[in-house]
Write a protein of this length. Structure first.
Length: 604
């Protein structure tokens, strides 16, 4: 039988039965190739070529590989289908028995470099490439580290600059009793250290865990291939996807108040629909009358919203009852789980705020403070600073109380509260240490779930307290302090969405990539800080967002989520020239809804 040449188009796909048999004898086939006897290899029964022409958000990607990749293209959901499910496309994929980099003396039909060159001639040159070769090259190179390095560099040079390459290492070489896996994998790591476009995936370590059945330590069972496909699709997305500037920033919203100072109010629960045996219905609105609670000239109110008892996942939007509901969210929650979130809401003349729920849910509202022109406290923002991490110190004692030291001049603090490592569900309450523990909550959490929330917490003699209802690690990051000597007043705005990577809102798409830093014009140039809601949507892995002024670097978080989770947190963050920078620890979609900003009192 004749081997194909580079003028061939689609190659017939071998049957699953033939593939199982073929994969089992790949070593013998490789040895035939290595001694220039290609006539013993049937191309019609040992390759697969797939083209998916659908354009998707993450962009074009090429897949090329040897018999290990061949199984990934045959057994489904195959790798192309799983990459498409992640959002990649168009996709071109090819794999075949005996394929190698093409650096050494092998037939043209087995040279991956040749197929990539042919694709380029046809007008296909995706910027992202998955390469799965090495088993056959390592057999040819044997114990020569230099040969392995040269083979890897040869293929990378063929792929060319301005490409990102994802390359799994190997589990053994195809030379019978001799095994040059370590040599080849070491060469991959050495090349990756010199060439940042190369990303090596440690398949060998994952395989060694024993979850992927294999008869020869190279090829896998059908179910194991499907599992491996899922790992590759996820890892490729996590490592290759990039964030692009794709449009213009969103114009800042109009302000809804004069500059206002903060007045701390003792934490108090002002609404709990569980106590009146009613819920807010799906896509309905409930109003909360604050007339007897707030100062007469209040322009905005700081509250904590909590959802409880919902049978579906959904979100809350809080807004001024005198306006139309804005396209923002303040709180996201899952079915059956209590979830809380901080919000600053503009106040109308009626002194009522409205809360919209996307699904039926109980609504709990805890008040934290108010803003008014006659308030007595202004804000002194700071770069996020870690005040406490009980993973390093220790958890709360049997009373569940943590005492956190803050500057003695602070009458209240703006903090981000993060919990990790809980063994059971619970909540946190932030309050002045001189008071009894109030019946309110700031953060709700589930077992082994990282969750962040925010609070404007009143202090007493240089400290405030946090009550933990169940054992959990607590992380406290300081975003600013309120005092009579500070100078920043709050200007509330109509809540407005400035960033949403799902739809390119704010000029960034198609996703918020791992470690990508997105710049958002979030406030006027003369503002010192901004307050808004950060939402992390379906990260590929457990992830968090960092928000900071664009002229600084910090090591804190504003919101956390488990893989595929959706969580929101409202936080106050310093800005530089009105610019806010948001970084994601893992690929995710990121939303930012502005509530207002902070300016010098003398500007009022």
């Amino acid at each position: 039988m004749q081997a194909p040449n580079c003028s061939d188009g689609y190659i017939a796909v071998m049957s699953a039965k033939s593939l199982r048999k073929g994969l089992a004898v790949v070593t013998a086939i490789f040895l035939a190739v290595s001694v220039n006897t290609p006539s013993k290899v049937s191309a019609a029964s040992s390759t697969k070529y797939i083209i998916d022409e659908t354009t998707r958000p993450l962009g074009a990607i090429s897949v090329i590989g040897d018999s290990v990749m061949l199984g990934s293209l045959v057994y489904g959901p195959n790798l192309v289908e799983q990459l498409a499910g992640q959002g990649w496309g168009p996709i071109r994929a090819r794999a075949g028995m005996g394929y190698s980099t093409g650096h050494l003396a092998v037939p043209d039909w087995g040279k991956v470099s040749g197929w990539l060159a042919k694709w380029r001639e046809e007008g296909w040159d995706a910027p992202n490439v998955i390469v799965n070769v090495g088993v056959n090259d390592s057999g040819l190179c044997g114990a020569s580290f230099e040969c392995s390095v040269n083979s890897i560099n040869f293929l990378l040079d063929e792929i060319g600059p301005d490409h990102r390459v994802f390359w799994p290492n190997i589990t053994r070489s195809a030379v019978g009793a001799r095994d040059y896996q370590t040599v080849w994998n070491s060469a991959l790591e050495a090349v990756a250290a010199e060439r940042p476009e190369l990303i090596v995936w440690d398949w060998a370590t994952l395989y060694a865990g024993g979850e992927f059945p294999s008869g020869d330590r190279i090829h896998l069972s059908p179910s194991a291939y499907v599992s491996r496909n899922g790992h590759i699709a996820s890892e490729v997305t996590a490592r290759l996807v990039t964030t692009q500037s794709s449009g213009q920033p969103v114009a800042l919203p109009q302000v809804t108040s004069a500059p206002s100072a903060f007045s701390s109010i003792p934490p108090e629960r002002i609404l709990d629909t569980r106590l009146i045996d009613t819920t807010i219905k799906s896509k309905d609105v409930i109003s909360v009358d604050l007339d007897e609670i707030l100062p007469r000239d209040a322009t905005a109110v700081a509250v904590n919203l909590t959802s409880a008892g919902s049978s579906q996942s959904g979100y809350f939007t809080a807004f001024d009852c005198a306006t139309e509901r804005p396209y923002v969210s303040h709180l996201n929650f899952n079915a059956g789980h209590s979830r809380g979130g901080f919000a600053i809401i503009p106040l109308p003349a009626s002194r009522k705020i409205c809360i919209f729920s996307f699904v039926e849910s109980h609504v709990i509202v805890d008040i934290q403070g108010a803003f008014s022109p006659t308030g007595d406290l202004a804000l002194n923002p700071s770069e996020p600073t870690r005040l406490l991490d009980t993973r390093i110190t220790r958890r709360a004692g049997t009373d569940g109380i943590l005492r956190i030291t803050v500057p003695e001049t602070a009458a209240a603090v703006s903090v981000t509260l993060t919990v990790v490592g809980a063994e059971s569900s619970g909540y946190l309450t932030a309050y002045p240490c001189t008071e009894e523990i109030p019946f309110v909550s700031n953060v709700n959490f589930l077992p082994d779930e990282p969750v962040a929330g925010s609070a404007f917490a009143s202090t007493s003699r240089g400290e405030f307290c946090i009550y933990t209802s169940s054992p959990v690690d607590v992380i406290v990051d300081l975003n600013g302090t309120f005092s009579e000597t500070a100078t920043l007043h709050f200007v509330s705005t109509q809540p407005s969405r400035l960033l949403d990577t799902r739809y390119g809102i704010g000029g960034w798409s198609p996703i918020h990539a791992r470690n990508a830093r997105i710049e958002v014009p979030a406030a006027p140039a003369d503002a010192a800080a901004v307050t808004g809601t950060f939402t992390i949507v379906e990260p590929l892995k457990q992830a968090f967002l960092t928000a900071e002024p664009c002229d600084a670097r910090t090591y804190t978080s504003v919101v956390n989520a488990t893989d595929r989770g959706i969580l929101a947190n409202t936080s106050t963050v310093a800005v530089s020239d009105g610019r806010l920078c948001i970084t994601a620890s893992q690929p995710t979609h990121t939303l930012f809804d502005v509530s207002g900003w902070w300016i010098q009192a003398s500007d009022s």
